[in-house]
Each structure stands twice: as structure tokens, then as C-alpha cells.
Design a protein around this ligand. Structure first.
Ligand SMILES: [Zn+2]
Length: 445
């Protein structure tokens, strides 16, 4: 009896000491992430980390913090479906020279930079990021929500095999691990059992999807762009491991042959895909899969590819050129067949390079309207992130929309990005409020 009374008393005390944070944003024009236009002069009520109500004339609740939006535009927080938060240094520096702790701190800084550009969610497509994801979720450091993939899964001599010419294979080095494997950058594996082990190792650490290298890449020395990587059986093994955890596989791929093999193995997301043909795009449609291509590469200076340099070495340029030339074709095909297209920039490099992600908005206007691009970067990306199923870490509310019950991830801009996408491209000038999970990270209202 005594214990029951004590328990009750404790319950009352704990309820009483729980205080809700209530924020009322008044006088804003709202784009909800899916509609074709703004709704004018609305209020948005936020309770803790969720949106409670969106309506005209919401009366001020007791104790609410009130923000006057001044007739500016409120939209859902942006998302980027292809980032590498930990890739802030050259590969060899990160693997061989930098202490892992230094890498981690730079990774946290990159996460903060993305948030301050207006990205409240990112899908990290490879690299050691689990610790930073946890720290962001715990509120230790500012950053976007992170869907981590963990280490790249690559075959020997694939796009994730970062060994230098003189580093022997693990088979020839007495089983000694390479730095990139040990530090969580990549698993270089061959054959079904090794692919399964790598996939499950990533899932064990909290990967929300798997990143598999299914074809040649630009930033790797030992795989031509046209190379097809992993056999159908190996790809199917990765898909099986992912599906058993209720999630999916995203692959790095440029060309059709590897893309078709991956789609037929059950892969749900093709990242890049600049050189795929019409048949492949039709197959993406048929499988209801996703494509995440990059447009802004066509407008980057040489220093984006080779930091500190104003020319691109010939061998590297040979790899980049066809990819850039394919950009127009793949976006036209994607639009023609109305396939699922995610917004993913793959903007990585030195700290500050995150801002290149914003040029993805302006360069996509060659094929899409500002409305279509903003949908891709909000509600459409959220549909892609939902493929993580039961291991999606953010299931308390919806992402990428402004509606009752959604996460309070939102931005307020001076100007209307639906009319002029440049508004989003210049956050230092136009972005007046950043809220993620109900918490304000920037307020210039
Ligand atoms: Zn990438």
C-alpha cells in the first residue's frame, strides 16, 4: 500500500515537472511540401518536436513563445539524399594521416554546415558517420537528421577499394585490415558470404540503408567508369540482408549494364546514373525504384574536383567528361518517364563545400520547375527515406511536409522560393529561421 502511494506521488511529481515547449509562428505564407502553391496568412503551432496545427488565426496558448513571420514564406526543412559528411579531406589524408578523432570533429562541423544551409535531413551514402549521427540525435552537436549507410560495400578493385598501388590485398597481407576498412570507410569484399558479412556489419552499427558500389567511379583509380561491379548473386545477397532488416540497397552506378543488373537484383535506388539509357529508365519505372542524379557537377570549377587546383588532370577529366555530358539526357529521360527522382547533391570535400548542394537547386531548373525541385528536396525525398521501413529512426512524425503530426522541421525565407529558386540558394541573405525537431537554430525574424 505504502509503495503504491509512493509510486503515485512520484508519478504526479514527474507529470508536474514535465513542461511542454509551445511555439506559435504567426503571419506566414506556407508551402506544405506537396501542394502546388502557397497558402497565405497562416499560423503554425508547434508542441515540443511536432507540428500540432496549421490554420488561420490560432489563438495563443498559455506560455507559448510567439514568432511573427512577417508575411514571409514557411516551407518544410530541406533534405539531401546523397551526402558524405565524413569526407571532408582527401581520401588518403583521412585514411592515413588524420587522427580519427579529428575526422569525427570535422564530420560534426560538416553536419552543422548542412543544417545552417537549411538541410534538416540528410541521407549519408558512405563513410564513418554513426557516432556523429548519435551525437546529433542526442543534441550534443547541431546537425541534420542523418540516415547513415556506414561503410561502402565494394568489390576488390571497385569504387570503394581505396588501397594505393602498393597496398596488398587483405588475402596477401596475412589478413591484416587496411586503414579504410578499420576506420569504417569501406568493406572490400568478394563473394556472397563476404558481402553478407559486410552488409550485416553495417546493419549492426545502425545503417538505415546499405550503399553498394555497382560500377565504376570518378574518384577511384582502379575501376574504369564502364566497369560492372559485383555479380548478380553478390548484389542479391546485399538486397537479401537489407530486406531481412526491412530496408533497401542504394547503389553507386553510372552505366546501364550495372544499373539493370542492380535493379533486377532488387536494388531500390540508383545514385548518379548519368549514363543510363532509355531501357534502364523504363525499368526504374517498372520497378518503382529511385534515381538520384546530380546536375550541379556541370557547373563546378576544377577546384571542386581537385581542391586547390584550377585544372583537372587529364586522366581524371577523361572519367568526368562523359558523366557531365550524360547529365542532360538522364534528366530528360527521368522527366519523360516521370520516375521517382530524389534530390541528392553528393557535395563533399573541404569544409564549406557543403554549399555546392545549393547549386543543385539552381542547375535542376534546366529540366524542372522550382516547385518540382522543392518537392524532390522535401516530400519526395521523405518517401525515399521511408524505404528504410521499420529501421527508419525518425518515425514519430512525417518528414518533408508541413502538417499536423509532422516533425517540426521548417524554414522561413524572405521571398517566395516557388517563384524564384534563387531564394533557397542564398540562405545567408534569405533564410530567416531554421527549426529542426522543434528547436530553433537560426532566428533572424
Ligand atoms: Zn557519393
Amino acid at each position: 500500500m505504502k509503495t503504491t502511494f509512493l509510486t503515485l506521488l512520484l508519478l504526479v511529481i514527474s507529470f508536474a515537472s514535465y513542461t511542454q515547449t509551445i511555439i506559435l509562428i504567426k503571419n506566414v505564407n506556407v508551402w506544405d511540401g506537396t501542394s502546388n502553391s502557397l497558402s497565405t496568412n497562416l499560423s503554425v503551432l508547434i508542441e515540443d518536436n511536432l507540428i500540432k496545427k496549421v490554420a488561420k488565426n490560432i489563438s495563443e496558448p498559455n506560455g507559448a513563445m510567439v514568432l511573427d513571420g512577417g508575411g514571409k514564406t514557411l516551407i518544410p526543412g530541406l533534405s539531401d539524399a546523397h551526402v558524405h559528411l565524413s569526407a571532408t579531406m582527401s581520401g588518403s589524408e583521412a585514411r592515413n594521416d588524420a587522427h580519427w578523432m579529428y575526422t569525427a570533429i570535422k564530420t560534426a562541423k560538416a553536419a552543422e554546415n548542412f543544417l545552417m544551409l537549411g538541410f534538416t535531413t540528410v541521407r549519408d551514402l558512405g563513410g564513418p558517420v554513426f557516432g556523429v549521427k548519435r551525437a546529433v540525435d542526442e543534441g550534443l552537436v547541431p546537425g541534420p537528421r542523418i540516415y547513415p549507410s556506414g561503410a561502402y560495400i565494394s568489390q576488390t578493385s571497385g569504387h570503394g577499394d581505396f588501397r594505393s598501388a602498393n597496398e596488398p590485398s587483405v588475402l596477401l597481407s596475412g589478413g591484416q585490415m587496411h586503414a579504410s576498412d578499420a576506420l569504417g570507410w569501406s568493406f572490400v569484399v568478394d563473394g556472397v558470404p563476404e558481402v553478407l558479412k559486410a552488409a550485416r556489419e553495417n546493419l549492426r552499427h545502425g545503417a538505415t540503408q546499405l550503399k553498394v558500389m555497382a560500377g565504376g567511379g570518378i574518384a577511384s583509380d582502379f575501376d574504369p567508369i564502364h566497369s560492372v561491379q559485383f555479380t548478380a548473386e553478390e548484389l542479391e545477397a546485399a538486397v537479401q540482408a537489407a530486406t531481412d532488416w526491412d530496408t533497401y540497397v542504394a547503389v553507386h552506378i553510372y552505366e546501364s549494364k550495372g544499373a539493370i543488373r542492380a535493379l533486377n537484383a532488387g536494388v531500390k535506388c540508383l545514385d548518379h546514373g548519368h549514363l543510363i539509357n532509355e531501357e534502364t529508365v523504363k525499368l526504374i519505372k517498372e520497378k518503382d525504384a529511385w534515381l538520384v542524379p546530380q546536375a550541379f557537377w556541370t557547373e563546378t570549377p576544377a577546384s571542386f574536383w581537385v581542391p586547390g587546383k584550377d585544372t583537372i588532370p587529364k586522366a581524371l577529366y577523361k572519367k568526368i567528361k562523359p558523366v557531365l555530358e550524360g547529365t542532360d539526357t538522364v534528366f530528360k529521360l527521368a522527366k519523360k518517364y516521370d520516375i521517382n527522382v530524389g534530390f541528392g547533391s553528393d557535395a563533399y570535400g573541404a569544409l564549406g563545400y557543403e554549399a555546392y548542394a545549393l547549386t543543385e537547386f539552381t542547375t535542376r531548373t534546366s529540366w524542372y520547375s522550382p516547385l518540382e525541385i522543392l518537392k524532390q528536396a522535401t516530400s519526395e525525398n521523405a518517401r525515399l527515406f521511408n524505404l528504410s521501413g521499420k529501421i527508419n529512426p525518425y518515425r514519430e512524425g512525417k518528414l518533408g511536409v508541413i502538417e499536423a503530426g509532422a516533425y517540426a522541421d521548417l524554414l522561413i525565407y524572405e521571398g517566395n522560393p516557388l517563384e524564384d529558386i534563387e531564394v533557397v540558394a542564398h540562405p545567408e541573405k534569405n533564410l530567416k529561421l531554421i527549426m529542426k525537431d522543434g528547436k530553433v537554430y537560426k532566428n533572424e525574424l
